[in-house]
Ligand binder design. Sequence first.
Ligand code: PLP
Length: 354
Amino acid sequence: MCDFLSAEARRLAPYTPGEQPRDQQYVKLNTNESPFPPSRRVLKALSRAELLKLNLYSDPACTQLNAAIAARYGLQSGNVISGNGSDEILAFAFRAFCGRGRPVAYADVTYSFYQSQAALFGLEARVIPLREDFTLSVDDYMDFPGTIVIANPNAPTGVAVPRTDIQRLLEADPKRVVIVDEAYVDFGGESCVPMIFCYENLLVTQTMSKSRQLAGGRVGFALGSESLIEALNRVKYSFNPYNVNRLSLIAGTAAMEDEGYFRNCCETIQENRAWLTEELEGLGFAVLPSSANFVFAKCGRLPGGELYRRLKESGILVRWFDKERIRDYVRITVGSMEQLAALTDELTRMLEDL
Ligand SMILES: *Cc1c(COP(=O)(O)O)cnc(C)c1O
């Protein structure tokens, strides 16, 4: 470790992103990106005239983007904050709503970035195990005296929590913030956004990375009561006022305004997910019920790590987590039919040869 590292930096738990290989063309089913290109409106909006304005700072208030998001969800701009991916928004939320005397709770099997954020801000974290079947019991959180983060649908399992459960949690203690990370909600989860008007302590985060074809554009946002959004802005303006760059502001606004393309893409992914689930089950896999753009599956005949390695050798990337409870599973992004057929063909071959 570097001698210059501060004591605080020594305690960090950096997130390990999925592979983004440059050496060869893989069938890439490892990081839950969309297999489809951005909306044509995005391409049109990113004009030469806009490129020529890159000498100027971006709008720190993200006025147009926030207005487009607010309009889409029937909210006011004061209920919206945008960020450089929802990871940044989550960081703002961890800084704003957790700290000394205010710990954070999240599941044992969930988005590992929560652990990275907790370490970054030196938070006391309570890790609460999911049930045996990877469902989340909100009753396990009822008495927790701090901020709660729930990915819904969860990653890497794809399993969703009913909205009524989250509602019980919000009502159990109105003084406690519940952050619902809805990165995957557009693929079939029940969104908590309609409850924002009823609960001052509800913060919902979403992203354009998974369902709006903009993972590389890095656009995420949070929706919540004006007072929660104000709190997040306090952190944002202490960290990076120009957090969303000019091109991403334009791309995000155009993507948010193309409702038709968004719906088409989400529907196709859900159809492809049903197909993939059936194929995998036919091959003897156990597949968790997914409300996301990926499936979490276990092959009875090959350990997860072995399956991951063999697929990679065949040019297919999936995600494997070398972690207790989920070592036997791989997470497979629901790609295009062409990608998925390549995967199931390869799996069929592989399992025949065992
Ligand atoms: C992908 C993902 C995010 C954030 O993605 P960004 O690209 O930073 O917007 C947040 N939460 C979960 C659970 C995710 O899987």
